[in-house]
Design a protein around this ligand. Structure first.
Ligand code: HEM
Length: 415
């Protein structure tokens, strides 16, 4: 035990996240215990104060993540609960059996077999993106490369026409960035971007109902889901709209961030790059390590449905609980030498895609494919050098993907 004042650590302060995840703070917290009471804080202006339990060790994050009956997602997965009218409308914030019905519907689009078929497609997209880098090789890896691959791949799967993509992904970006108090964007910008996306989702639904195609949005628009009383219902309104936002955000921001942090980790370790070039078979473990290292989702929130013991603390029914994934991914109890970026790490039980349970990331196989294909193709085709320090962005826990690399200037030289 150290003698830090746990109650003095404000994990939701945006200032703590200006240069990435504050790993020193989480390491201090893990040394003190698995679960800590966080003092009352206001996460977003006007939302009111919330107090919560911080779960910072691997075993307890996994246990709480898997026990959906004790730790319900329905009040929201952010730090503070959502307003009542917004609760339970998103896949991420539903519990079984409603969750199971909706999830089954789209799982068809994300099986390992489908992802296998996508491999060719992801490879072709990657080559095209790399063909388009400026002739002098100077570019921003985040904006010019990492942004494009997840955006096009998720848009291909969902069935968003190519010409609409920049417009949509500009708005998904705004919905996240506007929550950062340091951003010039306002909460009004955020609301307007969301309204645009909702309207687009409705139009896309109508289009797919009229002209079905071989894509996930046709599946969703046409699906008839059995309700509890056995009757069939179509997805409408807020559920559809929120689903569209979840798919576009979950499928793009997270993977972009894994790619950027992965490249940065590799550029800082030329010996790892040399090893991967000599032994491409290592990409499998290297990809998992990139995803552990980056841990792009900062946290997921839950609410206790009953009194329960977790990590030696008594959590009361109704208490908010926050699972900190980057902390669990650096837990000395679960990983040998967790602060070493080890491209051969095995086993690697990271919780970047969640700690297991019904909400385990639907896009995990897809995200791994994109990370492996893009980084391996980049390093096969180019020598890469960072030309300026990376710039971070995000307001921390104002939302689940609240800290990411915003710019990573690089020079690419064809090999
Ligand atoms: C490196 C990239 C990614 C990371 C780190 C990541 C992480 C996560 C995490 C932590 C969860 C919540 C797990 C839980 O509550 O137990 C989640 C859920 C989800 N992810 Fe991902 N994700 C990534 C990429 C993707 C991609 C490419 C998609 C594409 C569709 C995607 C779609 C989803 C969806 C739809 C859910 C909600 C599943 C549910 O509630 O049942 N994710 N992801």
């Amino acid at each position: 035990m150290s003698d830090i004042d746990v109650s003095a650590i404000d994990l939701v302060s945006p200032d703590l996240y200006r240069d990435g995840v504050p790993h020193e703070r989480f390491t201090e917290l893990r040394a003190e215990g698995a679960v800590h009471r966080h003092r009352p804080v206001e996460v977003l202006p006007g939302q009111g104060e919330v107090t919560f339990w911080s779960v910072v060790r691997h075993a307890e994050v996994q246990a709480a993540n898997r026990d959906w009956e004790t730790f319900t997602a329905t009040e929201s997965v952010t730090v503070a609960p959502s307003p009542a009218e917004r609760q339970g409308h998103m896949l991420v914030s539903m519990d079984p059996p409603d969750h199971t019905r909706l999830r089954r519907l789209i799982t068809a689009g994300f099986t390992p077999r489908m992802i296998q078929r996508l491999e060719e497609h992801v490879t072709a997209r990657t080559e095209r993106i790399l063909d388009d880098v400026p002739a002098d090789g100077r570019c921003d890896f985040v904006r010019d490369i990492a942004y494009l691959l997840p955006m096009h791949v998720i848009a291909d799967i969902v069935g968003i026409p190519e010409e609409d993509r920049p417009w949509i992904f500009e708005r998904t970006d705004i919905t996240l960035r506007a929550l950062d108090p340091a951003s010039p964007l306002t909460l009004d910008d955020q609301r307007n971007a969301q309204i645009d996306l909702f309207t687009y989702a409705q139009q896309l639904t109508e289009r797919k109902r009229a002209e079905p195609a071989d894509d996930v949005w046709t599946l969703i628009a046409q699906a008839e889901i059995p309700t509890e009383d056995g009757s069939l219902t179509r997805l409408e309104g807020l559920e559809l709209e929120m689903f569209f936002i979840i798919l576009t955000i979950a499928g793009s921001e997270t993977t972009r961030n894994a790619l950027s942090q992965g490249l940065m980790a590799l550029l800082e370790r030329p010996e790892a790059v040399a090893r991967l070039r000599a032994e491409p078979g290592l990409w499998h473990t290297a990809t998992e390590e990139v995803i552990r290292w980056a841990s792009p989702v900062l946290f997921f929130g839950r609410t206790a449905t009953r009194d329960v013991e977790l990590g030696g603390r008594h959590i009361a029914a109704g208490d908010r609980v926050v699972l900190w994934y980057p902390s669990a991914n650096r837990d000395e109890r679960a990983f040998e030498d967790p602060f070493r970026f080890d491209i051969g790490r095995e086993p690697n039980p990271h919780v970047s895609f969640g700690g297991g349970g019904p909400h385990y990331c639907l896009g995990a196989n897809l995200a791994k494919l994109e990370v492996q294909v893009l980084l391996s193709t980049l390093l096969r085709r180019f020598d890469v050098e960072a030309t300026a320090p990376a710039a971070w962005a995000g307001g921390g826990p104002v939302h689940n993907v609240g800290v990411s690399i915003d710019h990573l200037p690089v020079a690419l030289r064809a090999r």
